[in-house]
Design a protein around this ligand. Structure first.
Ligand code: M6R
Length: 608
């Protein structure tokens, strides 16, 4: 997720772009840059780091006066967050400048061809491909070249482009990533979201997928990719600036729960090939995947729960033994790792001190280390031998939500990738699984359509005391995650437990009034989970159950039910966690708590 903004009109563009970027900083803050048209062509200033660094550079170089410009704040997906990789990007002749939000899936193929044709690339980004593609069509009007470019690229993208010979024009285009057109009086705007331009205009229109827009000071023209004109529907925005930054949601946490379908789409982009195999952009060759004889997963908090799900998937699909450890325990217990061990450090931030130290320890013992993280070039990404990124975009809420579901899918893909290369799973099953994984963004979208009902269930339980979250097999990590969400944002004592283990002690705590949340989606353990839930009910617990569509058996015993779309057992956790996030959220809100900044917690824990 990155933020883009554009302005064309009689006023100097620079302060408008900077203000817009500051409002978009929540979408990414690895680097920032602007391009402003001036008498000699396109002036570009860009910097690694936050917008403040860009502002100092502009103070240093005198900035720009021009009235046409584009800006970008980056959340790195391809290439480290340095100045070279910062946007805008340019072609060889420096005629074109482009900013981009999204992921171009076929960029390597396009880049190889452009390099073969003599183009010189300076950055590691996928975006630079777009500038060179436009250069190859410099004889065409910019909008026409952009339409052709859109037909050549696969993936999600929103772009804004300026070109030397069109000093009063910005061309925008969109597929899969947001782009808003702002309508002013003798001036117009482009932006990733409303907040970036709301202080200048309240009249806006959303650009639809596969549309190209030409924006000048006094005109906005939208076409489809064949050049046929399309009318832009505009409306008046009533939000204030603060709620616009949260996309109209009350909190970042709720916004991030609703961003999960897009985060999943971005994380999966280009990682399932035409044959239905997982294709991973990591330094872990098929030979290496075959050579490991053991896997360790080390992580903390929510990432630990994703790692635990990963253990189930890797063991089941690759038949390799997997150990999972809380990172702060791992390095002090003298674990047995050697050159044939793969140690996976999971961390959304990539900076958690305990997980980083565990990875360093494993590396020193000769293990091959893999980091999965959401932050490009984070300490873990740099420390590990290989890195597999989630692409959830920045997560502002302290409670992990969208990064968790993305961690789940990268673990599923990693397990399938290794299973394929180890020959431990047949092609048909791999395809079945990757098809199911590819459906997840849509299914989470579908599930979120009934978010209001799920939130209402949470609100009904706002005065709940102790809560047990129970699950078996792959639903156990989700039970742990449901309990952690409730603890951290609603300050409620909650325990996640394997349902079959309750009878060995904790069942003594079950009495009338205790709420038990059962994660009981379709699985080979379903009937066993139901028996365990019956045991809870028999002792007076009230049962809230998260089940798969069409599950009539659970309906017989549950007091309340949340139905999920169907998914294979090892894929289902991505769906079953969503209602538990909403459940915790609703209880916390009903209690008037700050869900984005819960007490005593920090988003990134860099102390041991
Ligand atoms: O950045 P990490 O994934 O390494 O963070 C690990 C934990 O600190 C984190 O998951 C924490 O438990 C969250 N607050 C969970 O919502």
């Amino acid at each position: 997720m990155c933020g883009i903004v554009g302005y064309v009109g009689p006023r100097p563009a620079q302060p408008i772009l900077i203000e817009g970027l500051e409002r978009l900083e929540y979408r990414g803050y690895d680097s920032a840059g602007i391009a402003v048209m001036h008498s000699d062509g396109v002036g570009i200033t860009k910097n690694a780091g936050r917008i403040a660094a860009l502002v100092s550079s502009l103070e240093g170089n005198g900035g720009y006066e021009g009235g046409t410009g584009i800006g970008h704040t980056r959340w790195a997906t391809h290439g480290p967050p340095n100045t070279t990789n910062a946007h805008p990007h340019q072609d060889c002749s420096h005629d074109v400048a482009i900013v981009h939000n999204g992921i171009i899936e076929n960029f390597q193929e396009l880049k190889d061809k452009l390099i073969a044709d003599g183009h010189e690339f300076v950055s590691d980004t996928d975006t630079e491909v777009l500038a060179h593609l436009l250069e190859t069509m410099s004889e065409l009007p910019l909008a026409e070249a952009t339409r052709s470019m859109m037909k050549m690229v696969e993936g999600a993208l929103a772009v804004a482009v300026v070109r030397r010979e069109d000093p009063s024009l910005i061309v925008g285009a969109r597929r899969g990533s947001p782009l808003i057109v702002g309508v002013g009086d003798g001036e117009n705007y482009l932006a990733s979201d409303i907040s970036a331009i709301l202080s200048h205009t309240k009249t806006m229109g959303v650009l639809e997928d596969d549309r190209v827009v030409e924006v000048t000071a006094d005109g906005i023209t939208v076409t489809d990719l064949d050049g046929a004109p399309i009318e832009l529907a505009t409306r008046e925005i009533e939000w204030d600036l603060e709620s616009a930054e949260r996309g109209g949601f009350d909190d970042f946490m709720l916004k991030e729960i609703f961003e999960q379908p897009q985060a999943l789409r971005d994380t999966l982009a280009g990682r399932i090939n035409q044959r239905g195999e997982a294709e991973l952009d990591i330094a872990l060759s098929p030979q290496m995947a075959r050579a490991f004889d053991k896997v360790f997963v080390v992580a903390c908090g929510t990432s630990y729960h994703a790692g635990l799900m990963g253990k189930y998937a890797i063991e089941r699909w690759t038949r390799m033994p997997v150990e999972i450890d809380i990172a702060s325990e791992f390095r002090y217990r003298d674990p047995v790792v050697d050159g044939k061990t793969l140690v996976i450090g999971m961390s959304q931030s990539g900076e958690t001190a305990d997980t980083l130290a565990a990875l360093q320890y494993a590396k020193a013992q000769g293990a091959y280390t893999l980091a999965t993280t959401n932050v490009v070039d984070s300490s873990m990404a740099r420390e590990a031998d290989a890195v597999l990124y989630t692409r959830a975009g920045p997560e502002i809420g302290v409670a992990s939500t969208k990064t968790f579901v993305c961690q789940l899918v990268v673990m599923q893909l990693l397990a399938l990738y290794m299973a394929h290369h180890r020959g431990s799973l047949d092609d048909a099953t791999i395809q079945l699984m990757t098809n199911a994984i590819a459906r997840l963004p849509e299914q989470v979208d579908e599930l979120l359509l009934s978010a209001d009902e799920q939130l209402a269930i949470g609100r009904r339980h706002a005065d709940v005391g102790d809560v047990f979250f129970l699950g078996r097999g792959v639903s156990f990590p989700i039970a742990l995650e449901g309990a952690l969400k409730l603890k951290e944002i609603a300050y409620t004592r909650a325990e996640g437990y394997p349902a079959g283990e309750m009878k060995h002690g904790p069942i003594a705590l079950i009495e009338p009034g205790v709420l038990v949340v059962g994660v009981a989606t379709a699985s080979h353990l379903h009937l066993k989970t139901l028996s365990n839930m019956e045991e809870m009910k028999a002792r007076g617990a009230s049962l809230l159950m998260v089940v798969s569509e069409g599950d009539d058996e659970s309906a017989r015993i549950a007091d309340e039910l949340i139905y999920l779309p169907p998914a294979p057992e090892l894929v289902s956790p991505v769906l079953s966690v969503v209602p538990l996030q909403l459940f915790a959220y609703a209880i916390a809100k009903q209690r008037g708590l700050d869900v984005d900044k819960p007490r005593n917690l920090a988003k990134t824990v860099t102390v041991e």
